[in-house]
Design a protein around this ligand. Structure first.
Ligand SMILES: [Zn+2]
Length: 293
């Protein structure tokens, strides 16, 4: 696991595609930009892996060679608290994602838990926890032990995924990895992050519930974000001053707690903004005397 904060894009940067890069070329191209994480997007996958095992393995080999840590963003078509057949299909989609993650050596499958729908919130949440435990049991029976499931904090109020829910699920289910999407928290809670202390409060809460190691090694998504009263509306680039959250404030807290997160950039500029984030992080950490390598 990362001994320093890692940065990378959510998906293949558009310029790489223009250059004609194939999937196994991506880690080397990221390394040339001094980036060291990559979140493969399996977001439209069904119930079977939609890539060949050999392609996943060659991506994995190149990632290890270039010291790029892989994660995989699981299918959007997952709802762990819908009707029974929806939940069963969702579990199979997650297992398919976990199988491919295992081939490529990705350490976590990030996913969205689902929608409350008409269900009462605490009942919906319980259904999610049980479905997640079943999924982990299936992964274990298939010998998938090195991949964690990463439920993500969600940006819309009708989605399962408040901070408390994500922490509870990480407490209750094995083989889980905390995924904090800072922008989603900001949007879900109507502009939560206004000062450094607002970021610090989240890290302290994580530390209290899951321990220091979990707080130091959280998997993060970051983007500027626009929201309405219902939550997340649109992602924006890092330089968009009109929207929060403020990345510098987050870095203050990363340095203060000596954190080693993986930070996946989800702005429309992907790798370009990931490089900006990394540079901001280095500058602030060096100023604070924290180690950066
Ligand atoms: Zn996501």
């Amino acid at each position: 696991m990362a001994a320093h904060p890692r940065f990378g894009p959510a998906g293949i940067p558009p310029l790489f595609k223009v250059l004609g890069a194939r999937l196994p070329d991506v880690p080397r191209l990221l390394r040339e930009e001094n980036l060291d994480a990559f979140e493969y997007q399996a977001v439209r996958w069904g119930q079977k892996p939609q890539m060949k095992q050999e392609d996943a393995e060659s991506l994995g080999a190149q990632a290890r060679k270039n010291d790029v840590l892989l994660s995989l963003h699981g299918s959007y078509y997952v709802n762990l608290c819908g009707k029974k057949e929806v939940v069963e299909a969702s579990k199979r989609r997650l297992v398919a994602c976990a199988a491919a993650a295992n081939w490529m050596g990705a350490y976590v499958v990030v996913f969205h838990m689902g929608f409350y729908g008409r269900l009462e919130r605490s009942y919906a949440f319980k259904t999610c926890v049980n479905a997640l435990k079943d999924t982990v049991a299936t992964m274990k029976s298939l010998g998938i032990q090195n991949v964690k499931l990463g439920p993500e904090t969600m940006g819309k109020v009708f989605q399962v995924g408040s901070l408390d829910e994500i922490l509870t699920i990480c407490e209750e289910a094995e083989q889980t990895q905390l995924v904090i999407d800072w922008s989603h928290l900001h949007a879900r809670r109507q502009g939560l992050f206004r000062k450094v202390g607002d970021f610090r409060a989240i890290v302290e809460e994580v530390e209290r519930r899951l321990g220091t190691e979990a707080a130091r090694k959280m998997h993060c998504h970051f983007s500027k974000i626009e929201y309405t009263e219902r939550g997340e509306r649109r992602h924006h680039v890092l330089d968009e001053a009109r929207y929060g959250p403020d990345f510098e404030m987050l870095v203050e807290v990363i340095a203060e707690f000596n954190m080693r997160p993986v930070i996946i950039c989800e702005t429309p500029l992907l790798d370009v903004d990931a490089v900006k984030m990394r540079d901001i992080c280095r500058k602030i950490m060096e100023k604070q005397g924290a180690s950066v390598s």
